[in-house]
Design a binder for this molecule. Structure first.
Ligand code: NAG
Ligand code: NAG
Ligand code: NAG
Length: 323
């Protein structure tokens, strides 16, 4: 049974009602419109709820997802269900472009530099990257991409007992160019609210955006994916990794660098950042450059997202581009 009584009723209904209404309205309205509006109203009702008590101190039992224009298909639904089903006390929310913008407007009004640049940005993959950092900074919880499935270990047990009290951010290693240059996966991230490391990631992303506007002499709204270079560096895993190491170095007053996150064969706590070995989040992809440790696999990334079209948007199932 995947649904617990703790979950927002709106979402429960939605998951059953949506397919039916979707079929009904398909010929009249676009899918994106239905999803955006449906989930936006769920969002409104959700924000009045108190955060659920957590098995891990400081980290709320909340799973965050972001829907692209395709919404969920049965493959992605299956992956999502493994995480919801194995963590029945967790609340969850599916963000959309609309509800994501609304979230940022609601929570970052005091940071116009973040708010205005985020809203002006028109490269979906970059917005999706920054949105996850903003959500995790503001509310904490677990971010998952839609093509993540959870293995048998409940999320409440992802952090070894001896580190639970002191962990504010959990990241897992993924592959990179060689064994000494590692990076954190951005498809699954767990954070406490207001982690300074997450804020550093956000601020570095915004700074990178502004740098590109100066370099190309355009406004934020006119930046295109061709101008930003590799999105992995710009706002993805490498940006996440660099900013977290930078923030850690500041908070520990000691240089934390690539060497500190290589040869990680068991969970390693650096400051309040728990670095999980590559088998935890990225087991399938570390045969060549991984740290070759063996241990509990926590999630599997299925690479279902075809996110990189010319606009940096999702490629719709019928092959057309969407923004
Ligand atoms: C980071 O790595 C350096 C160089 O190996 C080491 O001296 C330092 O103690 C490490 N820092 C932490 C917090 O593990
Ligand atoms: C990696 O760590 C293991 C155990 O912590 C150690 O035995 C091994 O020598 C290390 N390898 C390198 C290349 O530092
Ligand atoms: C593909 O789907 C999109 C959105 O539903 C639609 O606008 C477009 O016309 C479709 N393209 C084809 C070739 O069917």
């Amino acid at each position: 049974m995947l649904f617990s009584p703790h979950r927002p009723v709106g979402l429960k209904l939605l998951r059953f009602a949506l397919p039916a209404s979707f079929c009904f309205f398909y010929f009249f309205l676009s899918r994106t419109w239905i999803l955006n509006n449906a989930y936006t109203s769920v969002k409104t009702s959700f924000t009045s709820r108190a955060a659920p008590a957590a098995a891990i101190p400081e980290i709320p039992e909340m799973l965050w997802y972001k829907l692209g224009p395709n919404g969920l298909n049965s493959e992605l639904q299956g992956y999502v269900d493994t995480c919801l089903g194995r963590n029945p006390t967790f609340q969850y929310e599916f963000m959309t472009d609309l509800s994501g913008d609304a979230f940022v407007k609601e929570h970052f009004a005091s940071r116009p530099d973040i708010l205005e640049n985020f809203l002006a940005l028109r490269i979906p993959i970059v917005k999706a990257d920054i949105l996850r950092y903003l959500i995790l900074y503001e509310n904490g919880g677990i971010w998952n991409d839609l093509d993540i499935s959870c293995e048998d270990v409940p999320i409440g047990e992802w952090i070894p007992a001896q580190y639970k009290e002191n962990t504010g951010l959990v990241v897992g290693l993924e592959f990179d160019v060689d064994i000494w240059v590692r990076q954190f996966a951005s498809w699954t991230i767990m954070a406490k609210p207001k982690s300074p490391h997450m804020l550093m990631v956000v601020e570095d992303c915004i700074e990178a955006v502004l740098e590109k506007t100066r370099e190309h002499n355009v406004g934020v709204a006119d930046l295109t994916i061709d101008m930003i270079g590799d999105v992995v560096d710009f706002s993805g895993p490498r940006r996440l990794t660099k900013a977290v190491l930078k923030s850690l170095s500041l908070s520990l007053n000691s240089k934390i660098e690539g060497g500190n996150i290589s040869n990680v064969t068991e969970p390693r706590l650096i400051g309040d950042v728990l670095v999980l070995p590559d088998y935890s989040f990225a087991n399938s992809m570390n045969e060549q450059y991984g740290d070759s440790g063996k241990g509990q696999i926590l999630v599997t990334h299925h690479y279902a997202g075809s996110w990189k079209n010319a606009l940096g948007g999702e490629i719709l199932r019928n092959g057309s581009n969407s923004e």
